[in-house]
Design a protein around this ligand. Structure first.
Ligand SMILES: Nc1ncnc2c1ncn2[C@@H]1O[C@H](COP(=O)(O)OP(=O)(O)O)[C@@H](O)[C@H]1O
Ligand SMILES: [Mg+2]
Length: 258
């Protein structure tokens, strides 16, 4: 994975809770920066990294993800004390997403993705237990007439509990009923095997191994960095082994309102 260095803080994005920012980097690109020192903690970044990379591995439309190194000097000229504190608390390695200039929020009343794309996104969000793609907050953008998914910080909710049990990987995820694309997801059964085949244990391991030690080490109650990584790998690999209850759950959630 590439690493960029943040050269300029441009503006905060205040819609969400985590106060991400548009920044400029040493490659002259613009990115949306997710701060490891934000209130949600480093676990939001861990989910953003693992799930964002899994989305890319599934060929879902997700902007590029890079590591972003942040120097505390950057906050010096920032007039807003809250932002200054956030920058100071986030020196070192953060996460950045390629900024899609001129994108607009996905509008469920106007934008209608085709059945295979809608089904793939619903499948993926059920797999990664992402609660954050609802009608109130779609976390999808329209850019260059295409749909893009963003914001996976609330996914992988199992990691908020210190005691991991492998059965968690079989959670059906009933919250999928609130997914904004569920009405369009008419080919869940057809795309199931193809989606699962893109996520081999090797692909999953490679993605999880990229999570930085110092993000994981803040959660000492959950074990050292190595054992936490093994939990993510175990969960994500086991969740794909059939029968995939999360797929059945999404199909039956659709059936209730058809
Ligand atoms: N890559 C991106 N390109 C353009 N705009 C973005 C991008 N990522 C996020 N945004 C905008 O910033 C808002 C907040 O970002 P998001 O990733 O959803 O974080 P959070 O909801 O945790 O604050 C989004 O709703 C969207 O409007
Ligand atoms: Mg969001």
């Amino acid at each position: 994975m590439r690493t960029i260095a943040v050269t300029r803080y441009i503006t905060p994005l205040r819609e969400g809770g985590s106060l991400p920012a548009i920044i400029e980097a040493d490659d002259d690109g613009m990115y949306v920066l997710k701060f490891h020192g934000a209130g949600q903690g480093a676990r939001a970044l861990i989910a953003e990294l693992i799930v964002g990379k899994l989305a890319l591995a599934c060929s879902l439309p997700m902007p590029e993800i890079v590591f972003a190194s942040l120097n505390s000097e950057l906050g010096r000229s920032e007039p807003d004390a809250e932002i200054q504190d956030l920058i100071r608390a986030s020196t070192g390695q953060n996460l950045a997403i390629d900024y899609l200039p001129g994108s607009i929020t996905f509008d469920p009343g106007v934008d209608v993705p085709d059945a295979d794309l809608a089904s793939s996104i619903v499948w993926f969000d059920a797999y990664t237990t992402n609660i954050d793609r609802t009608i109130r907050n779609t976390n999808m953008l329209m850019w260059q007439r295409r749909l893009w998914i963003i914001d996976h910080g609330a996914a992988l909710y199992f990691h908020h509990s210190d005691n991991y049990s492998p059965e968690r990987s079989q959670d059906r995820f009933p919250m999928i009923r609130d997914h904004v694309l569920l009405p369009h997801a008419s080919s869940l059964r057809e795309i199931d095997a193809k989606m699962a085949s893109k996520l081999s244990p090797t692909v999953i391991r490679k993605i999880v191994e990229a999570v930085p030690d110092n993000w994981l080490e803040r959660y000492a109650d959950s074990g050292d960095a190595h054992s936490q990584r093994e939990r993510y790998i175990d969960y994500l690999v086991k969740r794909l082994e059939g029968p995939r209850a999360f797929v059945e759950e999404a199909i039956s959630a659709r059936a209730t309102y058809l």
